[in-house]
Structures are given as structure tokens and as C-alpha cells.
Ligand binder design. Structure first.
Ligand code: COA
Length: 185
């Protein structure tokens, strides 16, 4: 007998945007603007926003976007937010959300590769995480993310293996420094 996963993933639409916002405010210390949430329902193709349901309850979300610099051969996707309601953590919800974003990124790359004049030869998914957020850092390590390398000649941040953006959160959380993590595809 096969057991079906209780986790399902759906797009964000005007009619579940309220749940998407609610999950953010119940799971993250940073308050996001109306403009930020309006972008989650854009249909331009450069935004990846999804909501996760555990059985029928909306419990998690991910928000990413294409930030590929002009002329780059690497398709770059930034995860802006990833969050799961506390009661539903360690049930594989965020893993499913990240897998869906990785599949979207790979899909983009392979569609591009099918065209003769594709500019892309690789993809990179990256994110900023508060340096002190050990739970999220352990999660991302389990998903194959590693610290983004320091630019040549840059001084390392104390206790960090890779790139850290000092003051990234502009004093909204303490510490307000963010480690940059990445996964190359
Ligand atoms: C980080 C977060 C998204 C993880 O969500 P989740 O649904 O609990 O993650 P999963 O259940 O898919 O975890 C998969 C694996 O990641 C690792 N992991 C996840 N959370 C962890 C934690 N707090 N501590 C250590 N390892 C952790 C484990 O290896 C876990 O597998 P296991 O449960 O079989 O041991 C969730 O804790 C969260 O919403 N935190 C608050 C918001 C946040 O910090 N977001 C990230 C900001 S960039």
C-alpha cells in the first residue's frame, strides 16, 4: 500500500494571499510591506511564490525571484523568504517547498537550453540567512546549500566560512548580519 505525502504545494493567488501573509507574520521576525506581498501574485514569470498545505491547512511558504544579472551565463534565483508555522516544522514541509523551487529553476534552465541561443550554462540558487539562525542554517545544509565564497581579497567574517553581509537586516533583528548560502545546479 502506498502512503501519500500529506504535503501539497500550490501557487499563490489573490484568494490565498492572506494565508501567505499570515504564515509570514507568524513565522518570521521581519515585517514585510504590502508591495512585497503584491509581488508574490505577479505573473511575470520571474517570481516563484508557493504555499504549502499539510493536509488542508496552509502551513508554509516560499518566495523566490529571478535576479540574473544582464549578460550572465548563470541563471540566478534568490530565495527571499521561506517559512513554516512552528507547529508544522520538522515534517518535511520546507524540504518540499525548496524542492519545488529547485525544480522550477531546473525547468527554466532546460527550457532555455532547448533554444539555440540560450545565454545560460548553469544556475545558482542563493539566499541570505541571519548568522545566528542555526535551525535554518542546518536546514539549508541538509538541502545541499553551502556558504557562498568570499570575493578574492575580502576579509573573512569572524567564525564564518563564507560571505557575510554585515548589517543586511538594517537593525530590524539582532544580530543584523546575514550569511549568504548557495546551491549550484
Ligand atoms: C527553517 C525552516 C523553514 C525549516 O522548515 P521545516 O519544514 O521544519 O524543515 P524540514 O522538516 O523540511 O527539515 C528537513 C531537514 O532539515 C534539517 N532541519 C530543519 N530544521 C532544523 C532545525 N531547527 N535544526 C536542525 N536541523 C534542522 C533536518 O535535517 C531536517 O530533517 P529531519 O527533520 O528529518 O531531521 C523552519 O524552521 C522555519 O520556518 N523557521 C523560521 C523561519 C526561518 O528561519 N526561515 C529561513 C530564513 S532564511
Amino acid at each position: 500500500m502506498s502512503s501519500r505525502s500529506p504535503v501539497s504545494i500550490d501557487k499563490v493567488y489573490p484568494n490565498n494571499l492572506g494565508q501567505f501573509r499570515q504564515i509570514h507574520s507568524s513565522s518570521l521576525p521581519v515585517v514585510y510591506s504590502d508591495t512585497f506581498f503584491q509581488k508574490a501574485i505577479e505573473t511575470t514569470g520571474s517570481v516563484f511564490s508557493r504555499i504549502a498545505y499539510y493536509n488542508d491547512a496552509a502551513v508554509g511558504c516560499i518566495f523566490g525571484r529571478d535576479v540574473t544579472p544582464a549578460g550572465s551565463s548563470t541563471f540566478a534565483v534568490e530565495i527571499l523568504t521561506l517559512c513554516v508555522l512552528p507547529a508544522y516544522r520538522r515534517s518535511g514541509v520546507a524540504s518540499e517547498l525548496v524542492s519545488s523551487l529547485i525544480a522550477w529553476t531546473r525547468g527554466h534552465l532546460s527550457r532555455e537550453a532547448a533554444s539555440d541561443d540560450s545565454p545560460f550554462t548553469s544556475a545558482r540558487v542563493f539566499l541570505h540567512v541571519q548568522t545566528s539562525n542555526s535551525g535554518a542554517r542546518a536546514f539549508y545544509a541538509a538541502q545541499g546549500f553551502t556558504p557562498a565564497p568570499l570575493p578574492e581579497g575580502a576579509a573573512p567574517f569572524p567564525g564564518e566560512a563564507g560571505l557575510v553581509v554585515s548589517g543586511y537586516y538594517k537593525g530590524r533583528v539582532t544580530p543584523d548580519d546575514a550569511a549568504v548560502l548557495e546551491r549550484l545546479l
